[in-house]
Write a protein that binds this ligand. Structure first.
Ligand code: ZN
Length: 265
């Protein structure tokens, strides 16, 4: 009888979310539509309903990053008050070079997390190249990689929570991913993420980073998150990320989980 009770308790512990064995199903890289016709409250209610249906907790990555600090602050305050009653995290994805100047410190402190990637890549003449657009091409891939690693190091020196779309390469270079992401380049970025306590996203949309990178990052003590990086359609779809976590032997303790700061005063 005693053994039966112990077995039962063990089983309960094993299926509890957040236990050491189970990695929580959380997608911190959910973008909602900008053209949503309803209220902010309805927008989050819809997302919460979809999250519940899928059994995946959503973190909404708002893309409010205009030039106007007051506008950004007031929009984010509206988001924070509307999202409170739903079981959703609230974060932002920042995408401009001087992003720290376009929010007040108070606003940033209230968010559950900040995402940044290196895909708005400044070229030698300062012009921003959107690396995810089709056909982005560099004459000298090795030279591009060195500049790209440096730009990623700049991103990893920012006060952010998660480095997203990590190690993404333009479509013209992706076939050479293993060759271009040399051990030395991988190590520079992993060391920076660990040192600055920035979690590394395992991104289902672009299927990055590779398995070797994830294993090396785990060995170095990095933390991870899952991200779909989808806009409305496909949000919460983190199957590839979960598969990679399993194949790389990650456990719950390897993951960053936000604390819903939004509920605190
Ligand atoms: Zn995104």
């Amino acid at each position: 009888m005693k053994n039966t009770i112990i077995s039962f308790m063990m089983a309960v512990l094993l299926i509890m979310p957040g236990s050491q064995k189970n990695i929580s199903k959380i997608d911190l890289h959910v973008h909602l539509s900008d053209e949503f016709k309803g209220t902010l409250d309805e927008r989050y209610a819809d997302a919460a309903a979809q999250s519940r249906k899928m059994g995946v907790t959503f973190g909404i990555a708002e893309e409010i990053c205009s030039r106007d600090k007051n506008r950004n602050d007031s929009l984010l305050a509206l988001c924070a008050s509307a999202i409170k009653k739903y079981p959703l995290y609230l974060g932002i994805q920042v995408d401009r070079q001087n992003w720290q100047d376009v929010y007040s410190k108070e606003t940033l402190k209230k968010l559950d997390y900040i995402l940044e990637d290196a895909l708005n890549f400044p070229d030698k003449d300062g012009k921003i190249i959107r690396l995810w657009e089709k056909g982005v091409y560099f004459d000298n891939p090795e030279e591009f990689m060195d500049r790209y690693v440096n730009y990623n190091l700049k991103v990893l020196s920012d006060p952010i929570t998660v480095w997203v779309n990590p190690t993404y390469l333009p479509d013209t270079l992706s076939k050479d991913y293993d060759k271009l992401w040399t051990k030395e380049r991988r190590k520079k970025l992993i060391d920076a993420a660990v040192k600055n306590k920035i979690a590394i996203e395992i991104n289902s949309r672009f299927q990055v980073p590779g398995k070797t990178f994830i294993k090396e990052a785990k060995a170095a003590g990095a933390h991870f998150t899952f991200g779909s990086n989808q806009h409305v359609t496909g949000i919460g779809e983190i199957e590839w990320s979960e598969k990679m976590a399993k194949e790389c032997g990650l456990t719950a303790k390897d993951f960053f989980v936000p604390s819903r700061k939004i509920l605190k005063k």
